[in-house]
Ligand binder design. Structure first.
Ligand code: DNO
Ligand code: MN
Length: 394
């Protein structure tokens, strides 16, 4: 049977991790986006071809586009959304014309993934990304000063959050704020608290139900075109998979994922299965999701998290943490078998280690948070070994 297609995210020519480095990790596929094009603008064929050539000249393939981001007006459901949907469809057509057929996106309002600490030290002194529930609450209650936050966080959490904030030196308060307010991956954009408040206002009338309707509207609008050109869309789950800072979340649970694939029944309407994101909610049965929704998975992000009782978590070693990665991989391989039997051609599902720790000589580079070269290579190597072990033993 074909192996999974090993891929690595690359943020483009400005990434301090070079394509020549990625070649040595054993990955053959690149996951990238045209991060310099502002969200809402068309991805022209010229720009796509230029990027594709750079990747191919390094001996790699551009396997997955992550992400073509969704304009806020589409998430909010504003009148301009139809205009931005048209542009989105045009970008998909331009990608497909150049052989790019797997497109990852997310539907998280305002922020992409959210962490509170970018340099959390593990016992071996490796650096990991962390989401600390108390630190997040401290920001929500006492920095953002969101009135509703006092109804969301329990009295106990409020007390702890206050004590936590008081214990922090001023420069660390700023670091915490900037970490939570980080914009899109691959950019250095950080919202100020004031800017973020303005964004929150736009979402005042958008609850989870409305946001889901807006996602359904978007999917119904783009799927005929995506299908016609053979594009497989794959939505990335919310990270973390629960509402934060008053923003609704609708791609967090198995039932959310089921709703989404049912919004439009099409092979083009698929999922990115990210164990790191979904795994932060203990109620999510990750191997079970692969078993039950596997046919819709077009892209795999396999990394682990270590959860804590209060909802905090940090990014753990790929094979050890709260998620049973063996059980996940076994069900991924079983899904590949099902596809083979059904005569499907998409057996070599692209997989990436998603994030990695900062270890060894990773400190010599200023990589994007979570996107170290050696730490991710270690994760990919472990996943590759796991896949081989599962396959040989079946
Ligand atoms: C988190 C990462 C995210 C993801 C984007 C997808 O798990 O994989 O940066 O790539 O949210 O749009
Ligand atoms: Mn992911």
């Amino acid at each position: 049977m074909q192996d999974l297609e090993q891929t690595f995210r690359w943020f483009g020519p400005n990434d301090e991790v070079a394509l020549a480095d990625i070649v040595q990790t054993g990955a053959t596929g690149i996951v990238t986006a045209l991060h310099h094009i502002p969200c809402g603008n068309e991805w022209t064929e010229d720009e796509i071809i230029e990027r594709k050539n750079i990747i191919e000249n390094a001996g790699l393939t551009w396997s997955v586009v992550e992400s073509v981001n969704i304009h806020e007006s589409i998430k909010i459901g504003e009148p301009e959304r139809d205009h931005y949907i048209e542009i989105y469809i045009q970008s998909l057509k331009n990608l497909a014309k150049n052989g790019l057929k797997i497109v990852c996106y997310n539907f998280m309002p305002v922020l992409d993934w959210t962490r509170t600490h970018l340099d959390y030290r593990l016992e071996n002194n490796a650096s990991a990304l962390r989401y600390d529930a108390i630190a997040l609450a401290a920001f929500d209650l006492y920095i953002l000063e969101r009135p509703e936050a006092f109804n969301v966080h329990s009295a106990e959490v409020q007390t702890k959050a206050k004590a936590y904030l008081e214990s922090l030196p001023a420069d660390e308060v700023k670091t915490l704020t900037d970490t939570i307010m980080a914009g899109l991956p691959g950019t250095d954009e950080v919202f100020t608290v004031e800017e973020f408040k303005q964004h929150l206002k736009r979402y005042a009338n958008v609850d989870a139900k409305k946001l889901k309707e807006n996602l359904s509207y978007f999917l119904n609008a783009i799927m005929p075109a995506a299908e016609a050109v053979g594009i497989k869309m794959c939505i990335h789950p919310d990270d973390p998979p629960f509402p934060i800072l008053g923003l609704p979340r609708i791609v967090s649970t198995e039932s959310d994922l089921k709703d989404i694939v049912n919004f439009v029944k099409s092979p083009s309407n698929g999922l990115t299965f990210c164990t790191g994101s979904l795994g932060a909610n203990p109620a999510n049965d990750l191997p079970g999701i692969v078993e039950r929704l596997g046919e819709h998975i077009h892209f795999l992000h396999l990394r682990n998290v270590q959860r804590e009782a209060d909802g905090s978590f940090h990014e753990a070693e790929h094979l050890s943490g709260s998620t049973d990665m063996f059980a996940v991989m076994r069900n991924v391989v079983l899904e590949q078998q099902k596809r083979e039997k059904a005569g499907r051609t998409d057996i070599a599902i692209p997989i990436r280690p998603d994030h990695g720790h900062k270890i060894l000589d990773d400190w010599s580079r200023n990589n994007y948070p979570g996107y170290s070269i050696i730490g991710r290579m270690k994760g990919l190597a472990e996943l590759r070994g796991l896949e081989m072990g599962v396959k040989r033993s079946l």
